[in-house]
Design a protein around this ligand. Sequence first.
Ligand code: NAP
Length: 331
Amino acid sequence: MSEMFSALLTTEQAGQYQTALVQRRLDELPPGEVLIRVQWSSMNYKDALSASGNKGVTRQYPHTPGIDAAGQVVSDDSGTFAEGTAVLVTGYDLGMNTAGGYGEYIRVPAGWVVRLPDTLDVREAMLLGTAGLTAGLCVQALLDSGVTPEDGEVLVTGATGGVGSLSVALLAHLGFSVVAATGKDDAHDWLKALGAASCVGREALADAGRPMLKPRWAGAVDTLGGEPLASVIKSTAYGGSVACCGLAASTDLPLSVFPFILRNVRLLGVDSVEQPLAAKAAIWQRLATDWRLPQLEQVLAEEVSLQALPGWFERILAGGVRGRVLVRVSG
Ligand SMILES: NC(=O)c1ccc[n+]([C@@H]2O[C@H](COP(=O)([O-])OP(=O)(O)OC[C@H]3O[C@@H](n4cnc5c(N)ncnc54)[C@H](OP(=O)(O)O)[C@@H]3O)[C@@H](O)[C@H]2O)c1
């Protein structure tokens, strides 16, 4: 088949990266078992990195970014999915070095594809996207480590970001008293509407280099890394846990061992990309049922077309997006 379809394509010219809408042929897609017509995608921090030439994310250009995709199965050589099945793909190599969700079609291995739970539609799935899956994995990690709403307040850093806002909403939905840490002073009401009990500014995460801080948090979801994460760990109460999933501030972690050996604090690493498919599907099932968020629509920052999306990449890299940017890929 050499049918044409619309896709964003990031190209490199003299070290500069540009992303534009182009026409591609189906036979230009990589080999794979499942051909999917993509209806919705979303914008994540990592997509903006891919579209701006970050070689840690994407090695070769021209390239179609988009680490998230949801739509309908067109054909499946593995025999796992019937034509028309509603599915989603997040992570693995999608949008990194495999043409991603910012095109009307993707072709991927069957082992990357999650059947959409009945109670979640394709648009809702992408309003959640990798950010929602990651928030879900962080919350699951905190629950598995024994943190309960009765233990006290939980903190979410980078709270207006995709992972942050969905973590706030999910933890609040599960009955936790959530403190949202944000650099956006004008976003406190928005965060409270999502379920935050209170908000603190980024300055609350500075620690002046002290080895330990007053214990406050029963648990935390950290999307920032660096000094903010170190400060969160130092402020975690005895036996508490911190889920670490991001690096929006820094990849460093300037910390001593004291919080671990004196307060029994646990640091939980969370990756959403290479999780086994069954683990991803289990979180999606929860997000569609007992974790289904009544306030999900409130995390929508903007619904954009493929054509309009490149205008958003710089904003997310600068930490300037509040909530989730949903991408309408095809009708
Ligand atoms: N482990 C995984 O599988 C996984 C999956 C998804 C994302 N991530 C990572 O998680 C992080 C968040 O991703 P996202 O898609 O939610 O991004 P996002 O929507 O851009 O959210 C990041 C938020 O962090 C805050 N922030 C940004 N720059 C900062 C800085 N220099 N110092 C302090 N705060 C800063 C901002 O929130 P406020 O203004 O509210 O403070 C910003 O909105 C990224 O590092 C991403 O790579 C990891």
